[in-house]
Design a protein around this ligand. Structure first.
Ligand SMILES: [Zn+2]
Ligand SMILES: [Zn+2]
Length: 192
């Protein structure tokens, strides 16, 4: 059995859209490699710091990720090698194992799909989008009953009846007349 206790620096960001281990930050590996009948069994832990964005209030968040791994890397010509596809089981290739896809995959599964800055994050006001944590407890909006809103629209519409629709009507007439045959008849009139 071999153990790997190593801190590696990630070249590229590893994670999901909203939260990830940022590029250039360390990942601590504490792994055991055991030779078993079918291949090399890798077990152990991975630890790293994460950075992301709260899915409720969109503020930056940071945290820590710890996960445990159990992965078999199949020996060439083992039963596992012969009975699984490439994407089902990892392989020992030229007596080496590639831990990177294992770690990347495990990190992706361990990270929360909807990270939060805190468990009780209040999120954003659905009306105006302000962060409720800074908006204060009295923050709110006067929301009209939909029936009143309809009435308000009607009242506003009645008020407009005097001028606007008529104005639009005359403008429409002018538009059609200038676009249609009137233009021709004007020309004729001018020519005569
Ligand atoms: Zn939040
Ligand atoms: Zn608001």
């Amino acid at each position: 059995m071999r153990t790997i206790e190593r801190t590696v620096t990630v070249d590229e960001r590893i994670g999901l859209d909203l939260i990830a281990i940022p590029a250039g930050s360390p990942i601590e590996l504490d792994l055991r490699l055991e030779s078993v009948v079918e291949g090399v069994l890798v077990t152990g832990g991975v630890r790293a710091d994460t950075e992301g964005e709260c899915s409720r209030c969109l503020e930056p968040t940071s945290g820590e990720l710890e996960l445990s791994l159990t992965e078999l890397f199949a020996y060439p010509d083992s039963v596992t090698d012969e009975t699984t596809d490439e994407d089902e089981a990892h392989r020992v290739v030229d007596e080496l194992i590639d831990l990177e896809p294992v770690v990347v995959g495990a990190v992706g599964l361990a990270l929360p799909l909807q990270p939060l800055c805190s468990e009780d994050c209040l999120g954003l006001c659905p009306e105006c989008g302000i962060r409720l944590a800074i908006a204060g407890s009295e923050h709110g909006h006067e929301i009209l009953d939909p029936r009143w809103a309809a009435l308000a629209e009607k009242v506003a519409g009645d008020g407009d009846d005097g001028g606007d629709p008529q104005g639009r009507h005359t403008r429409d007439q002018q538009n059609t007349s200038s676009a249609n045959t009137d233009l021709g008849s004007h020309n004729e009139a001018e020519e005569k």
